[in-house]
Design a protein. Structure first.
Length: 83
């Protein structure tokens, strides 16, 4: 009775390197991919923080309070002094 092997056995060293190459490439590509994902997350958080800061400036929370005199007050005082 003839048994069929479940997995092809490499006959030469060249075949062994070519059959293992997908696993090697996958393991080598994992670290840069994870670093890229973490880098994109950090850049995204930085851009969100910059956007929120610029919204605060344009909203006026971080601008100085300007005391503008009311235009009606001086004329009312002048009118009271004349009477």
């Amino acid at each position: 009775m003839q048994t069929l092997p479940n997995k092809k056995q490499p006959s030469t060293a060249e075949d062994a390197s070519s059959s293992a190459s997908p696993e090697i490439w996958l393991s080598l590509a994992t670290v840069p991919m994870l670093l890229g994902v973490l880098g994109l997350k950090a850049v995204s958080e930085l851009l969100c923080a910059i956007g929120q800061s610029s919204e605060e400036v344009f909203r006026g929370d971080r601008l100085p309070v300007l005391h503008v005199p009311n235009s009606e007050t001086p004329s009312a005082e002048v009118g009271n002094q004349e009477e």
